[in-house]
Design a protein around this ligand. Sequence first.
Ligand SMILES: [Cu+2]
Length: 512
Amino acid sequence: MKTLQIKKIIYLTVSVFMFFSLTNLKAQNKTNDTKFIEVINRDNGLSIPTSSFVPQNENIKPDVSVTIELSEGEAYLGAGVMFKGFVIDGNIPGPNIVVNEGDIVEFIVVNKGTIPHGASIHSASTQTSKYLGKIYAGETKSMLFKASRPGVYMYHCAPGGHGIPMHILFGQYGMMTVKPKKQYKLEQLLNKKPDVEIYLLQHEIYSSGKDAIDGNPIYTLWNGKLFRYVEQPIKAKPGDYVRINYLNVGPNKVSTFHIVGIMWDFVYWQGNPDLPQAGGQTVTSGPSDSWVIEFRMPPDEGAYTMLDHAVSAADRGAIGLLMCDKNAQTPVVVTSEGPKYEKKEFDEIKSKIIRVVAPFEPGTPDIDPVVEYGPEVKDVMVKIIGNSFFPKSIKVHQGTTVTFQNEDVFTYMEGEFSGIHTATTYDAPAPFNSPLLGHAESFKVKLDKTGAYNYLCAPHIYMKGVVTVVADESSSGAGMLWIIVLVAVAILLIVFILLKVNSIKKKVGVVN
Ligand SMILES: [Cu+2]
């Protein structure tokens, strides 16, 4: 805990320093305002895009207004699998946002959850977290920015600190496309808009914090649903002009998007129309990397399989069909947000769920089996990593010492924003409560009473685990042995007394 106190002292010192620096800055405000105007004027005079900075002024009318709602929640991933994590507008991914280059965008973020959320917008070349980061439960924040650079971008939750990677890993992201003023090359050559425009977002799902930190996804999806476009193929006519706005949000894996039977006409890294590349079979995208891909459908009808050619991802869900069919209804637009369901439909889906993937608490036993330890094991460890206990559910014998060890490294700041954790019982035969644990710090507790110890992390109450303590068979076995010995001794004693009484009776002539 010493390191934590030192961190707090450093944090306080920095805060005091920042306060005095800001007071000093106020005095210089006039000069700085002049400088800001100089920067804006200089940028407006250049042939390259300006920054996205727009004064946050009520008199500026936005061209487009976007609102997203952030919360904790469930998303149906298809194939009978429900995911319990973080969502935007009740979905994973969040809404498919499309604006035009040069638009002044008003971006409104509503926190409908019970913990802090926020937003970081990659399509803005200016501060966004400053205005939209760290939004407390029930709060709404907004900002204005200019979509000055065309392309295909990620936006994601940004509650601050350690919370940022956690909320990205567990579902809060989406695609924002800024349409260029210039035409993409195939649009120029064919002199028409795409017949089929697809917004395709690739993303990973993790079943535990450990898997998330290690980069071992259980599923890799497109637009929120396993095999969404195998079940419902996207259709195009022979010769149709297809444009795919492809974004790999990761958050960990590199993808190589490919379509079997298709070679690209043009691709544009991150969707920049000034950077066309001709030809090719794949596009390689790291996390938060994107491409605009353009091609014509060949005359040959049939299925053209789209996949991440890093085939473990395809096998885990990143695969779909583009059907070439002369009767296809085009033009068509396919958007990137997760599938939406009416409440009745969602309730129906929930009644048929066969697996619950819940990174922060035990999911269904097929995915989160109880880890059982034999009576000979008297010391076990539960790691805390990626805002998740690991293993989430264990079974031990009476008298076992459980060590909770924090493996989260990002332990600056407080609460939801930090990887500082506790193990605190909320329903247990004998309560325990660890202190706040920083990186590599641990807490030991010996569990003597039998029963289920349900515990959570006090700063992140959605993190839950359970230790079930069962009676120690070896000690109860020994107990049984003692009872048998005592009964045997008692019987021997009774027999001895009876014999003795009998011999006395004989002596005094009571017995013949
Ligand atoms: Cu969030």
